[in-house]
Design a protein around this ligand. Structure first.
Ligand code: PEP
Ligand code: MN
Length: 333
């Protein structure tokens, strides 16, 4: 049972009254108290009670308006956001060149992994902390917000010092310790759907972050395993449409990991835009064939520019707004 409390203090007091089985989420908006099983009528009286609602904060249950998230020059959920960049940050020069290239094509943020969650231990694991420094330098030079993945709760503070949005990868979607740590910071989180998870479980993961007081969660569909596709993963366009109806959080789509090959990235991106996605996360590399990770699915800077252009035409045809054509410029060259 979930009880909506009028204030953080009221949530804490109510949880105290209900005893050890109750949990107060006093930083949630609105504050909540969760209790297994029924509560006495006198306690329930005077409160809004949501009987076993699994997703009170990520759906419209308590807030009638969709949530938007500011990321540099773009308001994700209101304007369509383009985020491009390499799978891994390989060098300071590589990430800066990628950032400049995607920015010239109209991207609103640059992505690049410093800590890489690779399937096997022999694959490149990322440069770690020094790559975070290169991402910060890239932001200073270009003015583009930076998106990068965080793998462990211990790294959340460090990554948040460098990133404008922290990505939770598909393999980490149910790492509840990580989700809780991300609920305690004030930075947007891009939460990717686990490739073997139901879309409702994606919302449950989002609730972990929202319940601890970080409202800025952006969902990301990146393809699921079906076992009968020719592609690396199957882009779940149904999930995108479902989330746009059922959830109040913005929804990005990453067609790169779904496709697993570069010639399929653009058609999947266009399908995502048509299905209602709020933005795209595209693996883009100045020299895709030389990429240290996910080379097969990386597109080059010209292909990124064409993809942005075609996506804008889809959005125009649907009467949807896309973000500013050029993101804010940087300070130095
Ligand atoms: C990535 O964005 O490079 C990545 C590892 O994505 P995913 O977690 O979706 O596989
Ligand atoms: Mn990748």
């Amino acid at each position: 049972m979930l009880i909506v409390a009028p204030s953080p203090e009221a949530a804490r007091a109510l949880a105290e009254r209900l005893g050890p089985r109750a949990q107060a989420f006093d930083r949630a908006d609105p504050p909540l108290v969760a209790v297994p099983g029924p509560v006495d009528a006198d306690i329930a009286a005077g409160h809004q009670v949501l009987a076993d609602h699994a997703h009170p904060l990520s759906t419209f249950a308590l807030h009638p308006q969709p949530h938007t998230v500011r990321l540099g020059s773009v308001t994700v959920g209101q304007d369509f956001a383009f985020i491009g960049g390499p799978c891994s940050v390989e060098s300071e020069d590589q990430i800066l060149r990628a950032a400049r290239g995607v920015q010239a094509a109209g991207a609103h943020a640059v992505r690049g992994g410093a800590f890489k969650p690779r399937t096997g231990p022999y694959a490149f694991q990322g440069h770690g902390e020094v790559a975070l420094e290169w991402l910060s330098a890239t932001r200073r030079h270009t003015g583009l917000p930076v998106v990068t993945e965080v793998l462990t709760p211990e790294d959340v503070e460090l990554v948040a010092e460098h990133a404008d949005a922290l990505q939770v990868g598909t393999r980490s979607m149910q790492n509840t310790a990580l989700l809780k740590a991300l609920g305690d910071i004030r930075r947007p989180v891009i939460l990717k759907r686990g490739f073997g998870n139901r879309v409702e479980e994606l919302l449950s993961a989002a609730e972990y972050i929202l319940a601890r007081g970080n409202p800025d969660v952006i969902l990301c569909e990146r393809g699921v395993r079906t076992g009968h596709g020719a592609t690396r993963f199957c882009l779940d366009v149904s999930a995108v449409a479902w989330l746009k109806v059922e959830s109040r959080l913005p929804v990005l789509v990453d067609p790169s990991h779904a496709a697993g090959r570069r010639d399929l990235v653009e058609p999947l991106a266009l399908a995502a835009a048509a299905a209602g996605a709020d933005g795209l996360l595209i693996e883009t590399h100045p020299h895709p064939d030389q990429a240290w990770s996910d080379a097969e699915q990386a597109i080059d800077l010209d292909a990124f520019a064409r993809l942005v252009d075609k996506t804008r035409r889809v959005l125009d045809a649907l009467g949807r707004a896309s973000g500013p054509q050029r993101a804010a410029g940087g300070t130095a060259s």
